[in-house]
Write a protein that binds this ligand. Sequence first.
Ligand SMILES: Nc1ncnc2c1ncn2[C@@H]1O[C@H](COP(=O)(O)OP(=O)(O)O)[C@@H](O)[C@H]1O
Ligand SMILES: [Mg+2]
Ligand SMILES: [Zn+2]
Length: 506
Amino acid sequence: MAYTSLYRKYRPNTFSKVIGQDHVVKTLVNQITSNTVGHAYVFTGTRGTGKTSVAKIFAKAVNCLEPVNGSPCGKCKNCLDLALDGNFDIIELDAASNNGVDQIRDIVDQVNYNPIGKYKVYIIDEVHMLTKSAFNALLKTLEEPPKHAIFILATTEVNMVPATILSRCLRFDFRLVSTKLLVEHVSKIFDEETIKYEPAAVELIAQAGKGSVRDTLSIADMCISYCMGDITYNGVLEVLGANDPETIERFIVNIINGDLEGSLNLIDELCAKGKSVTVLTQDLAEAIKNIIYIKLCKDAKNLVTLPTDVYTKYKELGKSLTVQRGLQMIEKLNSLYAQYRISTQHRIIFESAILSLASNEAQNEVDLLKRKVATLEKAVAGGVQVKAAPQQAKVQAPRVEVWSTIVKELERRGYGFLALAATDVEVEETDSSFTVKVADKSKYEMLTSTTKPVGTINSKSNREVINEIFSGISNKKLDIVCEVKVNKDTALPYVKEMFGNRLNTK
Ligand SMILES: Nc1ncnc2c1ncn2[C@@H]1O[C@H](COP(=O)(O)OP(=O)(O)O)[C@@H](O)[C@H]1O
Ligand SMILES: [Mg+2]
Ligand SMILES: [Zn+2]
């Protein structure tokens, strides 16, 4: 028997089987039960969220003589008639392949013939693909449709549909479906298909579907073929090309330990296996997020679905990772996507990010903290009286957070490039000043520019905007300096070459 893909086999045929679109379903069902259906609808939203499915259910429901809770009964004369050859009460047109004025004329010419049932319903999929003249032909009919006609226009790109058309339609926005609902949906389908699965595997499938039911079911399909009916967490990881938890764990341990060589070797190993660094970036950030959840939340088991052994490992890893450092790592990893978009050198970008995360600087901070803790422990063990700390005048946010708040605010205000330039900096703080060190000359110039941009709506210069946001957060003096870092070990040979061996170095 030929295999029917899950997303076809499980196309909902009643409203109650549609998931995640309650706001749409509720309104449509009300219209059917109260007999107040409209003549033109626009269904918009990401692919695979149910636009076509709902259009088909609605088209049958409006024709049904005895709708059950608003859905077609499937038994009455009209429902049975719809299944017959030669019944043209529901007409589907894919505008992606029929986008010309002739095709639209063909269908609208027939709109005046009476339906066999109650309504003639036209479902035009991917309606944004219609040509301008095709839209015009459609518009005429939409302006004065016969009583028995209903148009449902489905599109992923509602911004490409002319306003004249939109203004004549009732608009429904289909939402991305939550991971939770997708997990329930896939689990139910696997149960029905008597396929064994690990809950954590289904969670991965649902996450990878990114809100699209169709994509989720397609991934589930691939996993069924790959795992031969017993769907495991590791099997799904392999199907997705994602990295297994052991690899990710090794990665994080390398970063925490400041093991630069180990980190580079691992990247090389994974790239040789054909893993993509963008996937790696995502997997790492996801894992660190999970580690932080497990570290902070009592009921983390409900928040992150992981196999027990992975969960235990992450819990262990969390002991050597501070939340602050974890957040720093996630922030750094997330900032890479902007760079991936504008460059083809993904591996280099990734490597330098990992190196900077694992570099000594960060390590120094950790060491310093370790030393402080050790001193404290000694003091406490020796029975030292701990004096109350002097009251601070103002509770201060940690400096990294101060700066990342500013970057976010820049982004929110629409200064995208400025925010990007402001991401990769170091910050230092004293009692009276806050210093931002920028390693890149052009980024420095961008951050400190005091000339107002010409021909844009911005009325403030870059530096003014930054100052303004900063002064809302802190009353310190803000310095932005350019500090190109020279690595002593690599710089020394060049310096020696320039000065000859007259140079006396340690
Ligand atoms: N909201 C939903 N509820 C249940 N299944 C859905 C939903 N959205 C999509 N699907 C599944 O995906 C398949 C394709 O959905 P479809 O309605 O064609 O999406 P769209 O038209 O939005 O791209 C359906 O056959 C069904 O299996
Ligand atoms: Mg569709
Ligand atoms: Zn019926």
